[in-house]
Design a protein around this ligand. Sequence first.
Ligand code: ADP
Length: 626
Amino acid sequence: MHAPGIFRTASGAAHRPPLRFLTCGSVDDGKSTLIGRLLHEQNLIHDDHREALGRDSKRHGTTGGEMDYALLLDGLEAEREQGITIDVAYRYFATARRSFIVADTPGHEQYTRNMATGASNADLAVLLVDARKGLLSQTKRHALIASLLGIRHVVLAVNKIDLVDFDQTVFEQIAISFNFFAADLGFKDIAAIPISARHGDNISTVSVNTAWYSGPSLLAHLEGVNVDDDRLSKPFRMPVQWVNRANLDFRGFAGTIASGAVTRGDEVAVVPSGRTTKVVSIIGPGGEVGSAEAGDSVTLTLADEVDIARGDMLAAVRDRPAAGDQFAAHLFWMSNEKLLPGRSYLLKIGHRTVSATITELKHRLDIDTLAKLAAKTLSVNEIGLCNLSTASAVAFDPYAENRDTGAFILIDRNTHETVAAGTVDFALRRASNVHRQSQTISRDARSGLMRHKPAVLWFTGLSGSGKSTIANLVEAGLHSRRVHTLMLDGDNVRHGLNRDLGFTEPDRVENIRRVGEVAKLMTDAGLVVLCSFISPFEAERSMVRDLIGADEFIEVFVDTPLEQCIARDPKGLYRRALAGEIKNFTGVDQTYEAPEHPELHLQTVSSDAATLAERVIEDLVRRGII
Ligand code: ADP
């Protein structure tokens, strides 16, 4: 990637904020050529780069020895070899009238993620269309993402107009169908411009070849378009990035102001806790200042000793963000692993990371028609609206009101892959008549009547590995020691509580979530709960671990090789699964993710069930539970 410094900055660029825009289009629509041409015509390329470009054009170019402007931008050697652009690259340039920051994003479908990254802080999107191909799904997808990510200004650059003989009808048909498609996407302005990036028509000067076109050149439009940056006029928001305790007397809260401004003496609220206090001092990079605004990185000291941690938000008292644990949001799914409603993901919003589940997928958007389709899951590159529930309250604004505090990502708990980008639509209110009843008899009081502590023994392993056999022996052993127990196992739960669930991945996730909740209630009653579930996915086991609390959760991995389970086949299920009569059978056509750090690892091939059960009981003694 080129360093920003390689482009000359024309002197006298007006002193207004740079226009942030991104270019998007399918591969070969001419994105890179367009920007290269723009820079070239503005004479913003240093002479030595021009020479190198001439050399490269002969070597790698696709223009038969002519200058290939795309090479200017496709700076990465790897990209040149592959002939595709693979990441978001930001370029800075300026004309006499305006300065620009342009994000060049790739056209391949799987790179929607990069497009979303580039779009999240852009004011305008240049959507490139190949005049010969017309409007493709990819352009519609990009328009949709741009709209959801808050871009309100669009240029529809109908490129390669020379290759359709500068035909007005071709141009107009594309422009009309785009306007029709985008009618409900909330764009403030759509400028359709016929261009040839290769030959320079309507790039920085109006072309004689398109005499029928009365609008401005692309550059003139970009220089003139009015996109007010309204972050300053929005209410004060500062997500706390870290708490600075330089010494015993100093406690400062550091972060970057996301919107609005703050002045010494201002009253601020801490969200989600709702406590309020006053700003005593504002410390910027150069020392103390009287006030600071959006974009500034500062440390604030406050009048009261309020409890504030990383991830909290400081906000204007009279105009606070929402604080809640349920909201509706659009998700852009980016992972090859499908979305699983009910699965626990990590949600990162601002500097806060919490557990979150998708409680309901309301619909998926059809990219071509924008129709709302019923959906059970989202696959890679799909976009849907869903309800989310977080483990604890977080501070947020609807994305439409604040792009900085209304965006989040979802992370896979195990692989740490970013699986989705999200934008908050609105907060969901919990049913207002549901309050946690404060209880006279506490959990500890209940437990105190028993001569042991509560715990969950979570037996996981393949079908036939021996979970129920061992759990039964453990329960019998505990019972004879007067320990109060309860057994939950896959078969009995599926006959009652979970009779509506099958064995697909989403149903398995929900199965375990419900069992986890029941086990939690039973530990509140003071019991030692024995849970015997295949529970094939690490994500759900760690969700239950979080729910119960690590002190009371004992994961017991009943480890039996698959061949051994097939040989035992106590319920004849493997025989049927292998014959194709049962679908989604763990070990046969669905994976089992073995626990990496179970509290107990029992190998059933080398010891008998009674010995292994005794080991479990000994472990409970060692942990001080019984
Ligand atoms: P799961 O509950 O894991 O599906 P089951 O307990 O129903 O498995 O079945 C396990 C089978 O394996 C039983 O028939 C049991 O007698 C047999 N088995 C043989 N050796 C062992 C062992 N060491 N531990 C547990 N079960 C064993």
